[in-house]
Write a protein that binds this ligand. Sequence first.
Ligand code: FMN
Length: 187
Amino acid sequence: MNEPLSRLQRRRSLAPHRLGEPGPGAETLQTLLGVAARVPDHGRLVPWRFIVIEGGARQRIGAVIAAAFQADNPGADPEKVAFERDRLARAPVVVAVVSRAAPHVKIPEWEQILSAGAVCMNLLHAAHALGFGATWITEWYAFDRRVLDALGLEPRERIAGFVHIGTPLEEPVDRVRPDLATIVTRL
Ligand SMILES: Cc1cc2nc3c(=O)[nH]c(=O)nc-3n(C[C@H](O)[C@H](O)[C@H](O)COP(=O)(O)O)c2cc1C
């Protein structure tokens, strides 16, 4: 069996709390981001960017997430607030992939958004290739202006994903995959 292909066939996401230390160090993360940025990009617009959230920044942004949650849910159970505060602290490193898609004379915005999705997927594959576990999530705070402001997103920018990366704490169990017969049309 071809090893790279077999890796692709085995890749699975792991929930953030199943991603422990160590995460990728600075140099490794640089490599992962380089692979992530190596995606098809119509018009070479680079319609995406990265925000690396690690160390104390995870708690700092977590505090903003918890405050937004509490403001929207006054009287929320302290355990739920603590859960929200911990959102980005479960995995050692979280990379926010930011879509910068915008109207363009030639390149449809849709294609720019797809390119940001490809960045997230490449990052998952690169992390997996180095033996890390990773998962691509958004959750409510990816759409919350207060949190986006804390992350420094411009009004036009959007979170394509918070890619959590760490060392797998367990072997992932595969999930059911789509039956190709139901999604493939041959002409
Ligand atoms: C754009 C996008 C956003 C997602 N957001 C969430 C999320 O907020 N919460 C969640 O539990 N899963 C979310 N998922 C799904 C996870 O990535 C999920 O773990 C994954 O589909 C598992 O499949 P895999 O093992 O094939 O990677 C999202 C997926 C995508 C593509």
